[in-house]
Design a protein around this ligand. Structure first.
Ligand SMILES: Cc1cc2nc3c(=O)[nH]c(=O)nc-3n(C[C@H](O)[C@H](O)[C@H](O)COP(=O)(O)O)c2cc1C
Length: 186
């Protein structure tokens, strides 16, 4: 027994082959995002696709320097946003952010299951995104996402290639799962 193949094998790759995604594939990504669970089914999420040359330039301009090295080549560029208006904070925590995150993971899993390069990003300038994409308050940007068909890892710049080829590692079960009280081994 193992976890689902797509969970085990999903990777945040950084390479694209330049081929645009068919609308059918994009629709599947949106469906996966849309069917995520949320508290009281409030669905505090939205997706903005950067399609026009101006919007794509705005997306690229908002990326951190390290993400700009590879993410600009993605055929599909998405701004993933959410609002506390539709999901109030609980215990001082942004519940909307958690739920946008769940929807993002749904999309990442769906995209990887159909053979796409999928990658979420936290490295960007929110003020630039709010302005370029005319995002009204109180919406906030949770993440950026890119998708496309995989390219060749060899074609990436050396530092990006090293990140892409880095072994996938996770904390040991004993570090994250406890019995009865925090820190007690299961
Ligand atoms: C919310 C989120 C933000 C991330 N931000 C970035 C980013 O800005 N740049 C980047 O190269 N990778 C980013 N990643 C990818 C992570 O580095 C990656 O998920 C992690 O190293 C584990 O690798 P894996 O997804 O291949 O299992 C992000 C992932 C998530 C879920």
């Amino acid at each position: 027994m193992d976890i689902l193949d797509v969970l085990r094998n999903r990777r945040s790759q950084r390479h694209f082959n330049g081929r645009p995604l068919e609308q059918q594939q994009i629709d599947l990504l949106i469906e996966a995002f849309r069917w995520a669970p949320s508290s009281q089914n409030r669905q505090p999420w939205r997706l903005i696709f950067a399609v026009s040359p101006e919007a794509r330039a705005g997306f690229d301009d908002a990326l951190s320097d390290s993400n700009r090295k590879w993410a600009t080549a993605a055929p599909v560029k998405m701004v993933m946003i959410g609002t506390p208006d539709e999901q109030p904070d609980r215990n001082g925590l942004n519940a909307w952010m958690l739920e946008v995150g769940i929807a993002i993971e749904n999309m990442l899993i769906q995209g990887c299951a159909i053979g796409l390069t999928m990658h979420a990003m936290a490295g960007w300038d929110e003020q630039k995104l709010l302005k370029s994409f005319r995002i009204p308050p109180p919406f906030r940007v949770a993440a950026l996402g890119v998708a496309g068909y995989p390219g060749k890892v060899e074609d990436l710049p050396e530092d990006v290639r090293a990140k892409d080829l880095a072994p996938r590692v996770r904390k040991a079960v004993g570090e994250i799962a406890f019995r009865d009280a925090f820190g007690t081994a299961l």
